[in-house]
Ligand binder design. Structure first.
Ligand SMILES: Cc1ncc(COP(=O)(O)O)c(C=O)c1O
Length: 328
């Protein structure tokens, strides 16, 4: 499914010199995951790599997953399927519509099924996957957004890439990470590999109540359970979890989420759009209004409110998503 020598592409780390950061003495470097690949862009490669490896190990002929009509996840997976020659199936929220993303999915050869809204809401029900497994027994299922522990594990590489380039921005250390969160998978991945040492700030692109903290906690607990089971030979996930609550709590204490959704997922407003235009003009770095633009505006507001002390050094992850901008 993937060539044996396939490695994750490297993203450059660059200084982000914006006037409001300089004024506050807060230093930010941006890890440009948007530059790693023209199609499998942003955090998607990192979130997909372990799902692809699991599919390969299972001898699957391809992958089946879910998303919306503008989904960056579906776009990256369909592009990967076309590039590496495996089958992809997308289960879509809502009713058939044509968007630039859908046109690309079709061009990449992804097979699409529209589930309606109620059908899509049923995706968390226990028997949701049954008919799809029957229809596509040879395909490996990937959760929405490439999430789950497999999705988070690939994000270790994001931490490694950021750390290995500190000298490029004149740093020897940093205090934490700032990134947009949708499911919280990427945030959880960074937290796993920071091991409780640095803070990870997740600027939520979805409002409170959409399960981001719960999802982050579920991934971290699952990882700590399997780590303990491996280390101690304790068998049985729950037994191990009961014995390892402090490790998970230590990691979770360093995960900070804040609502950056500005009233709802994909909702935009003139202030946000003007802020993005301004930042793009000042830095030359493209942003989009669903994830990266909202995450940067949330950082701006925290800095302006004095909640990040001068001298703080953060790595802002540019998680990509620029393909979705075509429909806005
Ligand atoms: C561009 C972009 N940034 C950030 C995210 C959020 O990532 P996560 O779901 O891992 O929190 C997503 C997808 O969900 C995305 O498409």
């Amino acid at each position: 499914m993937l060539p044996a020598d396939q490695t994750l592409p490297s993203a450059p780390l660059q200084r982000l010199d914006l006037p409001w950061l300089i004024e506050a003495g807060v230093e930010v470097a941006i890890l440009r995951l948007d530059l790693i690949d023209p199609l499998i862009s942003g955090n998607k490669w990192f979130k997909l790599i372990y799902h692809l490896k699991a599919a390969q190990t299972a001898g699957a002929a391809g992958l089946i997953t879910l998303g919306g009509a503008h989904s960056n996840h579906l776009h990256a997976l369909a592009a990967a399927g076309k590039r590496f020659g495996f089958q992809t199936v997308g289960l879509l929220r809502g009713h058939p519509q044509q968007t630039p993303t859908i046109e690309d999915l079709q061009a990449f050869g992804m097979q699409l099924h529209w589930l309606g809204y109620a059908g899509y809401r049923a995706r968390h029900e226990a028997d949701f996957w049954l008919p799809w497994r029957e229809l596509y027994p040879h395909l490996h299922g990937v959760p929405e957004g490439g999430g789950g522990l497999e999705g988070a594990l690939g994000c270790a590489e994001i931490v490694r890439q950021g750390r290995s380039q500190l000298d490029a921005v004149g740093w020897t250390d940093y205090d934490g990470w700032w990134l947009a969160s949708g499911t919280g998978t990427t945030l959880a991945g960074l937290a796993l590999f920071e091991e409780g040492v640095r803070t990870i700030h997740g600027a939520m692109a979805v409002p409170q109540g959409h399960g981001v903290p719960e999802n982050v906690a579920a991934i971290i607990h699952k990882h700590c359970r399997s780590a303990l089971a491996r280390e101690s030979g304790v068998s049985g996930d729950d037994k191990a979890a009961d014995q390892n609550p402090s490790r998970a709590s230590a990691l979770l204490r360093r995960c900070h989420v804040l609502d950056a959704s500005r009233g709802g997922f994909a909702k935009t407003d003139p202030h946000l759009l003007a802020f993005i235009d301004n930042c793009e003009l000042q830095t030359g770095i493209p942003l989009e209004p669903l994830y990266t633009g909202k995450a940067l505006l949330a950082l701006h507001d925290e800095v302006r409110a004095g909640r990040l002390p001068g001298g703080t050094r953060l790595i802002f992850v540019h998680t990509g998503g620029l393909q979705g901008k075509r429909a806005i």
